[in-house]
Design a protein around this ligand. Structure first.
Ligand SMILES: [Cu+2]
Length: 70
């Protein structure tokens, strides 16, 4: 299990947070997803590293694209 942080600049309110957490919970390999509108980031724990691509795709799909990871 590992923890990954995505910067998602378009998170602006509680609705975004709820939407992101709801969508990411459906992604294969995601154990927990916690979005934060103050830091505009999403903290995710995954069971396998390949979930990262699926998470990025899911964020893209709901209109909250993550910034490229450093
Ligand atoms: Cu919003």
């Amino acid at each position: 299990m590992e923890s990954i942080r995505f910067d998602v600049p378009s998170i602006s309110c509680a609705n975004c947070v709820a939407k992101i957490e709801r969508e990411l919970a459906k992604v294969d390999g995601v154990i927990t997803a916690k979005a934060d509108s103050t830091t505009k980031s999403v903290e995710v724990t995954v069971s396998d590293a390949a979930a990262v691509d699926r998470i990025a795709a899911a964020l893209q799909k709901i209109g909250c694209p993550p910034k490229p990871m450093k």
